[in-house]
Write a protein that binds this ligand. Structure first.
Ligand SMILES: Cc1ncc(COP(=O)(O)O)c(C=O)c1O
Length: 385
């Protein structure tokens, strides 16, 4: 066997695979979560200026000073977390790297890590690469609440961490203060960490409020908070994010990060600092933009016959397609790409317990309205048996 065992323990990303299939069939890509427009103009200009001004060699491995200082200001103002840019922030190549580096820094083989399902598909492989055992707890349809008893039963003396993702992909759920308090209680009782992915922190609907779990009593030193630029500034290709944690944890994350990637792109970090200084109106506009698209796609999907779960946040809609008579999500997703011309993500890719996702499929609405309308016309061809 050429491959190491760990490379055989999980499959390729279904989401990225759907994008490739979509390109092959020239379908509309409502699968992978990226917008079809550019980052803000002033941020693009700042990146060009940085390249022309000599920011072309390695930045400090854990992040350019300028960017870390801007992150510390943002963490205080937006998340309510005061942190020291010298000792508590690590800039990474996307939240993807931040999560992997965080896990490699704090998790030992044999540990257990609690993961809610449906989950963002990277978390399972991240846990497995760390040598740990993922323990899954369901967020139940239709409102994606968890059963506190089920969560408690998932914790054990071997639990090293729980992975939290709020606002959540794929469900669009925003964890409430009460739910976070339950998690806090368990982390304290079982001496576990929370690794929280808050990449959708700015994209919230209906006046909902995002709460960073690190702000709850006793959690500051038990939490690794991961935020990133991909979604907030429409720059998924820039690969910029950051992990915020107490100095001792950050020291471990920085070592892992250094030997994984050395650092994130130096000129883009300069521009990313500019993004963090955008006025409040930028975020109001961003939410208004996505809220309009949420309503548009919700109408389209319901009109076409899907059961669609209205998201509280982020830019995805989870649906149930049972009405169309298909029994398998992958079969249905392939039919959609090949025969209807729309790509979406099969539900099972978000679940360990595959049966929970068998009749589910996720659509992404970070697309121009005319693209969503065209997808709507195509989905209108779906027939119920
Ligand atoms: C919950 C969540 N975390 C992380 C990522 C990836 O973030 P990044 O582009 O910063 O690696 C995504 C992308 O879809 C996501 O949905």
């Amino acid at each position: 066997m050429v491959l190491a065992k760990r490379a055989t323990l999980f499959e390729e990303s279904v989401i990225r695979g759907m994008t490739r299939l979509c390109q092959q069939h020239q379908a509309i890509n409502l699968a992978q979560g990226f917008p079809d427009w550019d980052p803000p103009r002033e941020v693009l200009e700042a990146a060009k200026k940085a390249i022309d001004s000599g920011y072309n060699q390695y930045a400090i491995t854990w992040g350019a000073p300028n960017f870390r200082q801007a992150i510390a200001r943002k963490m205080k103002n937006v998340n309510g977390i005061e942190c020291d840019p010298e000792e508590e922030i690590t800039v990474t190549c996307g939240a993807t790297e931040a999560m992997m580096a965080a896990m490699l820094a704090v998790i030992d083989p044999g540990d257990e890590v609690v993961v809610f399902e449906p989950f963002y598909e990277n978390y399972g492989p991240d846990v497995i690469i760390s040598g740990a055992r993922p323990v899954y707890v369901p967020l139940r349809f239709p409102d994606f609440r968890f059963d506190p008893e089920e969560l408690r039963a998932a914790f054990s003396p071997r639990t090293k961490a729980i992975v939290l993702n709020t606002p959540n992909n794929p469900t669009g759920k925003v964890f409430t203060h009460e739910e976070l308090s339950t998690i806090v209680g368990l982390c304290q009782e079982f001496d576990a960490l929370t690794i929280t992915d808050e990449i959708y922190e700015h994209i919230l609907y209906g006046g909902r409020r995002h709460i960073s779990i690190a702000t709850l009593p006793g959690m500051r030193d038990r939490t690794i908070t991961i935020c990133g630029h991909s979604k907030s500034y429409s720059m998924t290709g820039w690969r910029l994010a950051y992990a915020v944690a107490a100095p001792a944890i950050t020291a471990g994350i920085r070592k892992i990060h250094d030997f994984l990637t050395v650092g994130a792109a130096a000129p883009l970090q300069e521009a990313a600092a500019v993004a963090l200084e955008l006025p409040a109106s930028y975020y109001t506009d961003l939410v208004a933009l996505y809220d309009g698209k949420r309503r548009l796609l919700l109408d389209i999907l319901r009109g076409a016959g899907f059961e669609a779960y209205d998201p509280e946040a982020a830019y995805y809609i989870m649906t149930d397609f049972s009405a169309f008579g298909f029994a398998d999500d992958t079969e249905f997703a392939h039919y959609l790409v090949k025969e209807i011309g729309v790509a979406a993500v099969p539900g099972t890719s978000f679940f360990h317990h595959q049966e929970l996702g068998r009749t589910k499929i996720r659509f992404n609405f970070a697309k121009h309205d005319d693209v969503l309308r065209e997808a709507g016309r195509r989905l209108g061809r779906l027939r119920r048996p």
